[in-house]
Design a protein around this ligand. Sequence first.
Ligand SMILES: [Zn+2]
Length: 163
Amino acid sequence: MKPLTEQEIRTAFVNCTKGEAKRLAVPRDLAEQPWDDLDFLGWRDPQAPGRAYLATESDGRTVALALRLPATASWQLRRSMCSICMTTHTGGVSLMVAAKAGRAGQQGNSVGAYMCSDLACPLYVRGKGVEGVGARLPESLTVEEKIRRAVVNLAAFIAKVTA
Ligand SMILES: [Zn+2]
């Protein structure tokens, strides 16, 4: 994806208030992100373990989501699979909850998805994930097909948030 600036990211949030989007933690090392290998940029708030964010391109525009991680239950530490990139981790997949955009979100409606806790899905599908963390079930898909599948899965999640 094309590199994003802090300003582009902050103005792209669809499911939080403008004030929140202005204050939330955006990575300081945007210039060093591996943009060529990213279908979306995902990050955790280092000051707030229960918060995560992602930014991507959708229909030619930048869309960013604010995500919450509910407190981890012990059963979540079992091996589980990311619903975006289909990587299986032990303790490395978290439930991420996005408030829905607009009025539905203000009324408390949200959508959840199990995702890699470090939001590094684009790197995992390219085989560039942190070694020893990610494990894949044997698959016959090519890297291109895995990337396309992850992009489709993410687009489906964003569509649920913005529906
Ligand atoms: Zn993933």
